[in-house]
Each structure stands twice: as C-alpha cells, then as structure tokens.
Design a protein around this ligand. Structure first.
Ligand SMILES: Cc1cc2nc3c(=O)[nH]c(=O)nc-3n(C[C@H](O)[C@H](O)[C@H](O)COP(=O)(O)O)c2cc1C
Length: 388
C-alpha cells in the first residue's frame, strides 16, 4: 500500500484524473489530492473528496500554523501531477511556489522523491520552446515525464497534447517506481516482536517488545521496493509476506530458511535469551503445587549463527537493547556476532514506544546518532545503510 499524492491543475483533461484516483484506490493505495484554484473551473471538490476519501488540498493557508506543503511531501510515496498545465509546469521548473501545488512540488523536488508529471495541453502550448525547456529542466531534476499523445483535442484541433488514458498513467507510474526505488529486486528478512517461550500449552514468558520497530522497517522496506518477509511473533495483515512464529527456536528455523535466498536480514525482534527446559504438555494446575520452579536453558543465538555464516553478498543488521552501558554493549555485540551494523537503543527511550533514539554503529566503528525520531524515521535511516 502506497501513499499517492495526485496533483490536478486547471486543464481540460482534469476529468480523466477521477479515473486515475479510482485505479490507485482500487489496488489499496491511499490517495490525497492537491489542486489549484483553476482546477475548480473543471472539477468539483466533492467529486475528488468522495473518490479519494480525503479532503482536497488547495489553500496553503487553510489552517493557522499549518505547514501542509511539507506534511504532504512527508506523507507521499509518489507525487503524480496529471494533467499538468503549461502554467504549473513552468512555475515548478522556475522554482516558483505561489500556491499549495507548486509549494509541494518545490519541496518534493528538493527531497528527490518520486515525482511524475503528465503534461496535457493544446498543441501550440506543447510545441512552445519555453514549455519544452521547462519540461527538460524537470526531467534533469529527476522528474519522470509521461508525454502527451497525439489525437483530437478539446480545443478542436488534431495534434499532440492529449493526456494518456488513466490506465497508462497508472501502469507507467508503477513501472517508474519499481525502477526508482532503491531496494527493488532485493529480498529482505525482518524480524519483529518479543519471542514467546512456553511454560505449558497456555502460558509463556515474553518481554515488553511491541514489535513497532520491526513493523516500521518492514513497511518502509516494502515502500522502497524490497521483497519483504516479516518474521513476527504476532499476526499482521500486510501487502508483503508475514510468517508468524512463537519461540526463539521457531524464529531461528524460519529465519535460516528465509535468509538462504535473501540479500539482507534485520533482526529487530526481541529474542528471549532463555527458554523453559521442559515445557509441560498439559496445563500446570495449582493443586498440590505450593511453589513452581522453572528451569531455564539458553536459547540459540539467532543473530550470531546467521551472521557468522552469511555469504559475501549478504548483509546482517542486528539490534542491541540495554538499560546501561549501551554503546559498549552494542560494540561488543557487533564484534562478537559478526554483523555488518548494530542499532543500539536504550530500553527506557524505545521499548514499546512510538518514538526512539538510536545509535547506528558500523563494522569500521563509525557511529551515527538520531534522537527524538519516530520509529518510521528510524526505519528509513536504518534501511539507507543497505543502499547508500
Ligand atoms: C477551457 C479551458 C481549457 C484549458 N485547458 C488547458 C490544458 O489542457 N492545458 C493547459 O496547460 N492549460 C489549459 N488551459 C489554460 C489554463 O487553465 C491556465 O493556464 C491556468 O492558468 C492554469 O492554472 P493552474 O496551472 O494554476 O492550474 C485551459 C483554459 C481553459 C479556459
């Protein structure tokens, strides 16, 4: 599921974009629509709100203190302007940001996020050298241009300028995203959640891990084009493969099998160090048992056993959670377990929380520090290690 921001300008083909919104929605994507004042000459807000399921974004000064031109940029995985008028194309190419559409475009270009522009206009406007130069500027800045087609135009002439059918725009956008996304073609295994070590069939020992970091990693990796397998200790509906496991031993088996043909492993799960030596096959009852003694044995070290045996082209990122001496603990773990990077986080600042503070330590002892960031932002920083 992607977050698709669709921009519609004041051009006659605007009505066709209603169908484009439906196509993205139909495949499970979230859609938000940004328009210009002139778009309202061609389309009503109500139609766009109903189709997208969201408010329509037009006025950049809508709310006091609001910075929608930035929050929309952060939200979107791709920005598709269709139809893009000669006017808006030229404004964006010149760095003009005088309405919400062009302000979003300006920030979007700066962030180098996937940007698709679908020019649509009268042949004379299309053949104007200045418009062509401006399109070239956008292309050089990394924007993907879907060229207009030849045909009968609304102004009554026959020529180039017609907006392609929504199905073509949809398909080309997905193809562009697949090429543009840095983890396309990469297989990644990510673990999440605290393992469950059963005492008897109905009771287990676990820990306070929420699995939020692993989930954020899986979602971000999927959006970056990776073929994701999430090995998690809880069930989760996702557009990627999810394998549910309970204990550390289960997790080891599944991760081993999945990593065999994968490029990367990120061990974000909180794996129990110990398990019950002899879990009971029947529920333990309190009758005749005044005390209960549990004998624990050490669990296998998943991170170590996988990282030690990884192939040259494979990378492994481990996590280290501590309540004291965090950096020393993380560095010795990185060395002992032979992983490529270790992400260190303090229990108090991250366990079960939406936000976190992380230190990313590399084999060459470089440390990056990020504080007060969401787990989503942390996921992006961690995944950058795999393609930067
Ligand atoms: C009926 C009508 C149709 C128009 N169709 C287009 C068009 O297809 N493409 C285009 O670039 N401009 C077209 N224009 C001109 C734009 O609406 C005009 O340049 C406007 O300033 C664009 O505003 P915007 O880029 O802020 O949305 C059309 C104008 C009218 C009156």
């Amino acid at each position: 599921m992607r977050n698709v921001l669709i921009g519609i300008t004041g051009a006659i083909a605007a009505y066709k974009t209603c169908e484009l919104i439906r196509q993205f929605k139909h495949t499970g994507d979230q859609v938000k629509v940004v328009i210009t004042e002139n778009t309202l000459q061609f389309l009503g807000k109500k139609t766009l709100e109903t189709l997208s399921g969201n408010i329509v974004y037009l006025d950049q000064f809508r709310e006091k203190g609001s910075t929608e031109h930035i929050s929309l940029v952060d939200w979107a995985d791709v920005f598709v302007v269709a139809p893009a008028s000669a006017n808006t194309i030229s404004k964006i190419a010149d760095g003009i940001a005088d309405n919400l559409m062009t302000s979003v475009a300006c920030a979007y270009l700066g962030h180098k996020k996937p940007f698709v522009v679908v020019p649509s206009m009268n042949t004379g406007m299309w053949e104007n050298d200045i418009v062509q130069e401006n399109l070239k500027k956008l292309e050089n800045a990394g924007v993907y241009i879907i060229e207009p087609e030849y045909g009968f135009l609304a102004c009554g002439v026959e020529g180039k300028g017609k907006m392609p059918e929504p199905s073509k725009i949809y398909k080309e956008t997905l193809e562009f995203l697949a090429k543009k996304l840095p983890l396309t073609g990469k297989k990644i295994v990510i673990t999440a959640g605290g393992t469950k070590e059963y005492i008897d069939p109905v009771r287990y020992i676990t820990n306070a891990s929420s699995g939020k970091m692993g989930l954020a990693l899986a979602e971000s990796a999927h959006k970056l084009g990776a073929d994701v397998t999430l090995v998690s200790t809880f069930s989760h509906n996702a557009p990627y493969k999810v394998l549910e496991v309970a204990s550390a031993c289960d997790m080891l088996d599944v991760v081993k099998a999945e990593f065999e043909n994968s490029d990367y492993l990120i061990m974000a799960a909180a794996v129990a160090d110990y398990r019950i030596e002899n879990p009971k096959t029947q529920k333990i009852t309190k009758e005749n048992n005044e005390t209960l003694r549990l004998e624990l044995v050490k669990n296998p070290d998943i991170l170590k056993s996988i990282a030690e045996n990884k192939k040259l082209n494979q990378k492994v990122i481990g996590f280290c959670l501590a309540t004291e001496n965090l950096l020393e603990c993380a560095k010795s773990k990185l060395e002992a377990k032979k992983c490529d990077f270790i992400v260190a986080n303090e229990a108090e600042k991250s366990l079960g929380k939406d936000d976190t503070e992380i230190y990313i330590i590399s084999k060459s002892d470089e440390t990056k520090h990020f504080e007060n960031i969401s787990k989503k932002q942390a996921a992006v920083k961690i995944l950058e290690l795999l393609y930067d």
